[in-house]
Design a protein around this ligand. Structure first.
Ligand SMILES: [Zn+2]
Length: 59
């Protein structure tokens, strides 16, 4: 069962999006996606290297 890497919601409950990251594959749900876009540092702890990702609106 695929789950959102951040909140562990399953693909049964919500559509998940595929991410390709560091040569691997992750899944994220639409509720967590805005954090990845705007506040990637919120994902520190669940996403390795999140502290190095620039928020999209600051680029
Ligand atoms: Zn999620």
């Amino acid at each position: 069962m695929k789950t959102c890497f951040n909140c562990n919601t399953t693909e049964k409950e919500i559509p998940l999006l595929d991410l390709h990251y560091q040569e691997g594959k992750l899944f994220i749900c639409p509720r967590c996606l805005p954090q990845l876009i705007h506040k990637p540092t919120n994902l520190v702890g669940t996403l390795p290297g999140a502290e190095k990702i620039q928020p999209a609106d600051e680029v």
